[in-house]
Design a binder for this molecule. Structure first.
Ligand SMILES: [Zn+2]
Length: 396
């Protein structure tokens, strides 16, 4: 048995507590939270700061870790994607080493689970070690080419079949984004996945040209595709924002995790949440600043009771893989979002979005969520720029 106390303990599923002791088993399973006065201080490890459950990183591309610092910032999504496609190659050794280092960085920073996009097998051996819980989203795209769906699907299956799942980890087949997945491919993905109890992730409403493509078939995606020799002859605009195309083609019976949502309006959020009661919104604010130099309007999400989770995106589009740094960015630019709300986004909401809330996301009895110590809240309970987060080892 282990006992911890801190300035505040944040169970997440209930309000923060002062002068309490968090009791865990030797393996970190939560046994109880009790008033500190019931415990001999000599038996309790005293931590200086805020004790919170392990972070859940709802969106990353671990396999792009080797491209850290290789793609310029602030260019917008389309030049960014072009850079990723053209600069992605590296030696297998460099790719593996970067993946291992990225995983270690996340573990050190208190991340206990990851929703990770895979286009290749590159991360599978690291994931098979089970050092954190992984939800692998094996991602497909056919650049809206209905007739290409079959080949895209069978190529994707060859990768999917190589996934090695550690205990507690899982996977699904997912569409990349509305602007890159044909109706045919959406259908193949939908028919392949189990009809419920899974999570589907999709990039959503990240850049203005994505909206203009769907609203009236104009904008930079047409040039982008033609540069790669792809015509959109068979694609018809819908006259609506991009997310509606996704809603028409996704399954409302599964959890659906919309990623980025920088342009998502209040009406879009409401439409998605009336379409399904299992909609989650992954926000990656540092990547949004890195790529597009803009952020979602979090007011829309708070006013609609949207379940927001936090992600780091990849080291190709971020300076680090730290959920705390994502929280700080929101606190800095949209300071009306309270710390307690950010914490929930960083923990329980991500765990629910990935279906990992059976063991992660809160200090509820029986869970094994990991312990993280945040230091650096100011007197008003606001995250300071210098705040730190570190994993608390159960056995030290
Ligand atoms: Zn992404």
């Amino acid at each position: 048995m282990r006992k911890f106390t801190a300035n505040r303990i944040h169970p997440i599923s209930s309000p923060a507590l002062e002068k309490h002791v968090l009791i865990t088993g030797d393996d970190g399973t939560i046994l109880a939270i009790e008033p500190a006065e019931n415990h001999d201080p000599a038996t309790v490890k005293k931590l200086n700061g805020d004790l919170v459950p392990g972070f859940v990183n709802a969106h990353c591309h671990l396999e792009l870790s080797h491209m850290k610092g290789k793609v310029p910032t602030g260019t917008g999504l389309i030049p960014f994607i072009t850079n990723v496609v053209t600069k992605r190659n590296a030696s297998p050794e460099a790719i593996s080493e970067a993946i291992e280092n990225a995983e270690q960085e996340m573990l050190d920073g208190g991340i206990v689970a990851l929703g990770d996009i895979s286009n290749t097998v590159d991360t599978f051996s690291v994931k098979s070690k089970g050092r954190m819980r992984y939800y692998t989203f094996l991602e497909l795209f056919d650049f809206l080419q209905e007739e290409g769906a079959e080949k895209t699907f069978s190529d994707g299956m060859a990768v999917y079949d190589k996934i090695q799942l550690a205990k507690g980890s899982t996977c699904s087949l997912v569409p990349h984004a509305p602007y890159s997945v044909s109706k045919n491919l959406f259908k193949k993905i939908r028919e392949f996945n189990p009809p419920k109890d899974i999570t589907i992730s999709i990039h959503n409403q990240e850049t203005p040209p994505e909206e203009s493509l769907f609203l009236n078939k104009t904008g930079d995606f047409l040039n982008f595709y033609s540069k790669f020799g792809i015509t959109l002859d068979k694609f018809a605009s819908t006259g609506k924002n991009a997310i509606y195309y996704a809603l028409e083609n996704l399954n409302p019976e599964t959890r659906n995790l919309f990623v980025h949502n920088t342009l998502t309006s209040r009406e879009d959020i409401e439409a998605a949440q009336s379409w399904s009661n299992m909609v989650y919104w992954a926000s990656c604010p540092n990547a949004n600043l890195y790529i597009e130099n803009r952020l979602p309007n979090y007011q829309h999400f708070m006013e609609t009771n949207a379940r927001v989770a936090l992600g780091t995106d990849s080291l190709t589009s971020n300076w680090q893989l730290s959920i705390l740094e994502e929280m700080k960015t929101i606190a800095r630019f949209q300071s009306y979002v309270p710390f307690e709300t950010l914490l929930r986004w960083a923990t329980l909401n991500g765990a629910e979005a990935l279906g990992f809330d059976d063991t992660l996301g809160s200090f509820d009895v029986g869970k094994k969520p990991g312990l993280v110590l945040i230091q650096g809240l100011d007197g008003n309970g606001v995250l300071e720029a210098s705040a730190t987060a570190e994993r608390v080892l159960i056995d030290n």
